[in-house]
Design a protein around this ligand. Structure first.
Ligand SMILES: [Zn+2]
Ligand SMILES: [Zn+2]
Length: 666
């Protein structure tokens, strides 16, 4: 009989990897209390994890391994461990993968020596506070009350650009500081939002701790420790900052709560806005969702009484809403091979004459989205994905690139199919091609492109933003990156080149996202003293989104969309999940999908559609088939999927990806 040690000596450890279960270890020399971070032997390697508590697992003593070391790092609080398991359950991900986000990467755990303390920083300037208007004051008082009471609440802070949402949530942050508590501000695209970071720095007289994927390992470790020890009073971060081990969190702000980049699509598939609400509940603190164009989900939560609504009216004389003009492309005489309509050209000319700035918005990176052969009609597609190759012409190189997997080739001299020379044609515009057109029309204008790939380095992107702020650019041409909360004081004209782009495709959120994006871009225009103008080029001026946008009627659009979602029983009136099977062999992938299809349990009010090829039927060399699962609002969709998947044995070479509450159907 193998001897069994007392259960007190063995603990259950959650490893920061995608393992199917927790592991049991013997406690070595140092005590390993609940929440302690430990280094443990794992196979013939080392792993890291967190102690969950005594283990009841029956393992023979001789097979039991000992904890190698208890790390000299703060322990994880029970509220964080509970949050990790909640997120894992909801997203159907291994808890270890969620833990990995909380631990902030190997660099936090592996580095040994703490860095020498930095030189004392220059004396900080005193905080700069702005006087609040009456509506702001009342909204701020409500939030400050929640922070002081340490009470869970969710508040939608709703107001147009310039209505002072930031000042309001800063009051809540200040109240948290007064209680020696930490604050977290989540932002989409943190690395680029220097304007808000500078503003927060001026407001509080010190720089917030930043958390995003671009940090060096040493900075990561320092930030993580500052968060865990409670010395980081204000953290500004991308979605992953939500999982950090705050010592005393007092308030969470989700800025631009409607933004699509809060959804993480790889690894643990989660929506940071929704998970922020869960974390707020676990920590018993207020959560503030801020937006000028709130998501439908949030609007409906307000209506159901689950979230509070604080509306900030437009402040008189502060930011004047722009005039919005729809340019009906069906009635414009478009220039040959050009995309800037005569109406928009005229507006651009007048803007330049007044020495004001313009922004042209086109959500397409590169030079041209499609290349085809005029002789044989061949279209250049990625060999690994269901996607066209996009032509790029940066740094004097002409290349064809896949935006999904990065596959790239030099621009061919002849057609790869029929070998005809000089037969290739660029179809459609990307931002680079639009720049070429604008430069031809306005040879003396200073024109720059702002896109996430033309400037690979964040520094270069920041320089372009700074040049625009300083008036060194006349026309800025950008992708959706320009909609991320910048404020350009000299900007008075915005031209949206293809207003219809977002309305295409069978995406249930297409209309909502298009309105949000266009409203954000429109929000870039308009100065304190001058009315800005927005020209939206469209072939569907009668579409509800365009009409509501032209009248700036957000509420009307929201009503239309809610009625539509209710009619078709789509979220948030139902729950959706996508189950995607992928494999390198199409026959095997299909076979696995058919096995699943034959075993769909019959459950009332649960609908499973598929298998069908995913819109990206081939991605990075893997064939993809998907099922769409739909349940009633009150059903637990995860339980249904778990039950279903447990009925079928799928070969491990087939990957199963699950997306709960999908944002789009690709
Ligand atoms: Zn050809
Ligand atoms: Zn590709």
């Amino acid at each position: 009989m193998p001897s069994v040690s007392s259960p007190d000596n063995r603990v259950s450890v959650l490893i920061n990897q995608a393992l199917p279960k927790t592991l049991t270890y013997r406690v070595g020399g140092d005590p390993a209390p609940e929440g302690a971070l430990v280094r443990v032997p794992l196979g013939n390697k080392q792993g890291f994890g967190v102690v969950l508590g005594p283990s009841e697992e029956n393992i023979p003593e001789e097979k039991l391994k000992s904890i190698a070391a208890v790390l000299e790092l703060p322990s994880l609080k029970k509220s964080l461990i509970d949050f990790i398991f909640w997120v894992a359950d909801y997203t159907m991900s291994p808890p270890g993968s969620v833990l990995a986000m909380a631990l902030g990467g190997q660099s936090v755990l592996a580095a040994k020596k703490p860095r020498a303390k930095k030189e004392a920083e220059a004396v900080s300037p005193p905080p700069e506070k702005h006087a609040l208007g009456a509506a702001q004051k009342s909204a701020a008082d409500t939030l400050v009350g929640d922070v002081k009471d340490a009470k869970f609440s969710v508040t939608l802070l709703d107001g147009v650009t310039g209505s002072g949402k930031t000042e309001v949530y800063c009051e809540a942050i200040e109240a948290a500081m007064a209680e020696s508590k930490q604050s977290l501000v989540l932002l989409p695209e943190i690395a680029l939002t220097t304007q808000l970071v500078e503003r927060l720095t001026r407001r509080f007289g010190f720089a917030p701790v930043l958390w995003h994927s671009g940090l060096t390992p040493a900075t990561r470790r320092d930030c993580w420790k500052a968060v865990a020890e409670g010395t980081a009073k204000l953290v500004v971060g991308a979605r992953s900052a939500l999982f950090l081990p705050y010592a005393r969190l007092g308030v969470i702000v989700v800025d631009e709560e409607h933004d699509g980049s809060y959804k993480q699509e790889d690894g643990v598939v989660y929506h940071a806005r929704d998970m922020a609400v869960v974390r707020g509940k676990e920590e018993n603190i207020p959560v503030v969702l801020s937006s000028a164009t709130p998501s439908l989900e949030t609007v409906l939560n307000v209506r159901a009484g689950r979230y509070r609504h604080l509306h900030l009216p437009e402040r008189h004389g502060v930011a004047v809403m722009p005039h919005i003009h729809l340019v009906d492309l069906r009635h414009e005489k478009m220039p040959r091979g050009g995309w800037i309509s005569p109406t928009l050209q005229k507006a651009l000319r007048e803007t330049l004459q007044r020495k004001e700035q313009a922004l042209l918005f086109l959500n397409r990176r590169g030079y041209a989205p499609l290349t085809l052969c005029r002789k044989c009609g061949h279209r250049f597609a990625c060999p690994q994905c269901s996607a066209w190759l996009v032509e790029h012409r940066t740094e004097g190189k002409q290349r064809l690139v896949c935006h999904h997997c990065g596959h790239a080739m030099l621009y061919p001299k002849a057609c790869t199919e029929c070998h005809a020379e000089d037969s290739l044609a660029a179809c459609g515009p990307g931002v680079e091609r639009l720049k070429e057109e604008a430069q031809k029309l306005f040879p003396n204008a200073r024109i720059a492109v702002l896109a996430s790939d033309t400037q690979e380095h964040i520094d270069a992107l920041r320089q372009t933003v700074a040049a625009m702020e300083n008036g060194e650019i006349d026309i800025l041409i950008g992708t959706q990156i320009v909609a991320k909360g910048y404020h350009f004081p000299g900007l008075t004209l915005v031209g949206v080149i293809d207003g219809d782009l977002g309305l295409q495709g069978g995406d249930l959120r297409a209309a909502e996202h298009t309105f949000q994006l266009l409203a954000q871009v429109a929000g870039r225009s308009g100065r304190v003293d001058i009315h800005g103008h927005v020209y939206i080029q469209t072939v569907q001026p009668q579409h509800a989104v365009m009409q509501n946008l032209a009248q700036y009627d957000r509420d009307q659009l929201v009503e239309t969309l809610i009625r539509e979602r209710e009619k078709y029983a789509m979220p948030p009136f139902a729950r959706l999940a996508i189950v995607t099977l992928s494999g390198t062999n199409p026959a095997q992938t299909k076979e696995a999908a058919q096995k699943l299809a034959q075993n769909i349990p019959s459950v009332q009010a649960v609908e499973v559609l598929g298998p069908a090829p995913a819109p990206m039927a081939l991605l990075r060399g893997r064939f993809r088939l998907r099922f769409l699962v739909k349940t009633g609002r009150s059903q637990k969709i995860q339980d249904f999927i778990r039950g279903w998947l447990s009925l079928v044995k799928i070969s491990p070479i087939i990957r199963i990806g699950i997306d709960i509450d999908p944002q789009h159907f690709s």
